[in-house]
Design a protein around this ligand. Structure first.
Ligand code: SF4
Ligand code: FES
Length: 276
């Protein structure tokens, strides 16, 4: 699809005129930064004639095409799937992680959420652990470090057909599924006043801890992932901004369950260490 072709459906029912303006004339105040060490600054751009059915990233594509044709440096931002599943996109839009629409990743936010004439401020995730690479792109390696510490199952759980032999209680399966919806975007960190990564870590811990296959490594996983998180990120003080910003609406209940598992992990791991 060409970046100038909007991905969303047309306004109004088929055959009816659209109920908003045919196009939007916007101004964008965008964070520009040439590299991690360079000082950043806001620059303002006109974005005229934007379709309300364009996604936010398609709108940036259009702006970048115009900047390129004008001999200017395009704005660097990250994206991949553009359908809310990979977690690559992530922008602070008017001070809100992923923008004004709840439960929506930046790539699925459409320009119909804005009004003609709006001035929209676009920034990268702001967190000590997420260094700005360039413009709106940040380094989220710290989240990968948490996964590398234990966000996997390494015990032999058999081949695919064996999966059906392990009964999983329905409630546990549904909770694990809810936690597994985390796309690792980092919006929870960006929205948190403490730059804590508790919601991400809790989702990644619990989607494995809730399943039978996750039990053999449950306590080692919990301790390792929580303590790796603490090396990079701030502490959770229960603001709840993470849940509000999360495009997958991951519940902060997972944080409570992970805190409980962490206390148990410290006791169990110490006991196991004493036995060995
Ligand atoms: S918990 Fe939500 S906001 Fe945090 S990384 Fe996962 S999907 Fe993104
Ligand atoms: S680009 Fe994949 S979730 Fe937005």
């Amino acid at each position: 699809m060409s970046p100038t072709e909007p991905s969303g459906a047309a306004h109004g029912a088929q055959g009816e005129p659209p109920d908003g303006p045919a196009t939007l004339n916007l101004r964008l105040r965008v964070w520009r930064q040439d590299g991690p060490e360079a000082p950043g600054r806001f620059e303002t751009y006109e974005a005229a004639g934007i379709s309300p059915d364009a996604s936010f990233l398609e709108m940036l594509d259009v702006l970048n095409e115009r900047l390129t044709l004008d001999g200017q440096e395009p704005i660097v931002f990250e994206s991949d799937c553009r359908e809310g599943i990979c977690g690559t996109c992530g922008l602070m839009i008017d001070g809100r992680a992923h923008g004004p629409q709840k439960g929506t990743a930046t790539c699925q936010l459409h320009m119909r959420q804005f009004s003609d004439g709006d001035l929209i401020t676009v920034e990268p995730w702001r967190a000590g652990a997420f260094e700005v690479i360039r413009d709106l792109a940040v380094d989220r390696t710290a989240l990968d470090e948490i996964i590398a510490a234990g966000g996997y199952i390494s015990v032999n759980v058999g081949a695919a057909p064996d999966a059906n032999l392990v009964a999983v209680p329905k409630e546990a399966a549904e909770c694990a599924f809810d936690a597994a919806a985390c796309i690792g975007c980092g919006a929870c960190v960006a929205a948190c006043p403490n730059s804590a990564a508790q919601l991400f870590t809790a989702a990644k811990v619990q989607h494995l801890n809730l399943l039978p296959q996750g039990q053999p490594e449950r306590w080692a996983r919990t301790e390792a992932m929580v303590e790796t998180m603490e090396q990079f990120f701030g502490s959770c003080t229960n603001h709840g901004e993470c849940e509000e910003a999360c495009p997958k609406e991951i519940s902060i209940d997972f944080i409570a369950w992970t805190n409980r598992d962490y206390v148990r992990a410290k006791l169990k791991n110490r006991k196991l260490a004493g036995q060995s």
